[in-house]
Design a protein around this ligand. Structure first.
Ligand code: GLU
Length: 310
């Protein structure tokens, strides 16, 4: 018998949750709960300027309203800096990271090509093997330097549980920041340290993080810890095929609540429009468990046409 999986919901409390997040959370919840696994909730509240006060409490209440429950205590990344620091020290000791003095603007100017739709750029390796110490890099920057992870391998290959075989050239992923110049762990490091520490065996999330999985695998390998199974699912898009955004109308949970839309309506529509149910009917996540099979999920983005009827 395979061991029951351990999964997680890892929202960032950067504002209100919307249809796109709800669908990814619903799928992560169903995928774990349908196999009697354990589902953890981790609030990714590290990105200080983007983290909004009160958002974490709102998020927790919203998940409950939707019927998406979780097991054990909630973990907050803002309380786990010691763990991230230990991992960083290990990477420094092994020579997997180097101090970087570049500003965002310098990197953008020197970058050869934009990397992905999210506007991130390929790091031109300006600071690779440039400084003999962190202090020297900080002096050059005129402020604390950040730490960048250096890929040793040319490719990262893995099999995604939804998208299939993937092969990323590390040249295009480019050396990336694991510790910011304010000393806070960057997303890529924190997520790996936490998933490893919490014993997460499966990660299901939106496919905008598919290339992040490749970066994270390199960190797992450097830290010598087991890599979880990744499943990256399509996002929700507007009728123009683009990722759901403000121009497609307000799809925040708050907006739907204000218009008396029930959780059953939202969940029922998401399940139907995602290909999980044969007909459109209102339901709660619990009622989808019996028939759930991730293979039924449409491989194309789910299109939001402005209401819960189509
Ligand atoms: N906290 C991240 C976000 O909300 C997700 C991290 C992850 O699932 O790995 O975008």
């Amino acid at each position: 018998m395979p061991k029951p999986p351990i999964g997680r919901l890892a929202p960032s409390p950067t504002g209100v949750i919307h249809l796109g997040n709800i669908r990814s959370f619903l799928l992560a919840w169903l995928d774990i709960r349908s196999r009697n696994g354990t589902l953890l909730l981790r609030v990714e509240d590290l990105d200080s300027p983007r983290v909004k006060k009160g958002s974490a409490a709102q998020l927790i209440a919203d998940l409950e309203w939707l019927g998406l429950d979780y097991d054990s205590e909630i973990v907050f990344q803002s309380q786990r800096s010691t763990l991230y620091e230990e991992a960083l020290q290990k990477l420094i000791g092994q020579g997997n990271v180097y101090p970087c003095a570049c500003s965002r603007r310098e990197i953008e100017l020197a970058a050869s090509a934009p990397h992905a739709e999210d506007g991130s750029t390929v790091y031109p390796l300006t600071c690779y093997q440039r400084f003999s110490s962190y202090g020297e890099a900080s002096e050059c920057a005129g402020r604390p330097a950040c730490w960048r992870f250096h890929f040793e391998q040319s490719n990262i290959r893995f099999t995604d549980g939804f998208c299939g075989d993937k092969d990323f050239e590390t040249k295009s992923l480019s050396d990336f920041i694991v510790s910011k110049n304010n000393g806070e762990a960057a997303y890529q490091l924190a997520v790996v340290v936490d998933d490893a520490a919490q014993g997460v065996t499966e990660v299901l999330r939106g496919d905008d993080l598919l290339d992040s999985a490749a970066r994270q695998i390199a960190i797992y390998q450097a830290l010598g810890v087991d890599v979880p199974t990744f499943k990256h699912v399509p996002l929700v898009a507007g009728e123009d095929g683009k990722r759901l955004a403000k121009r497609h109308g307000d799809t925040s949970l708050n907006h739907f609540k204000q218009h008396n839309v029930s959780p059953q309506k939202i969940i029922g529509w998401l399940a139907y429009a995602s290909g999980l149910t044969r007909d459109l009917h209102e339901c709660l996540p619990q009622q989808l468990l019996g028939d759930f099979d991730l293979k039924k999920l449409d491989a194309k983005p789910l299109v939001w046409r402005g209401d819960f009827t189509t």
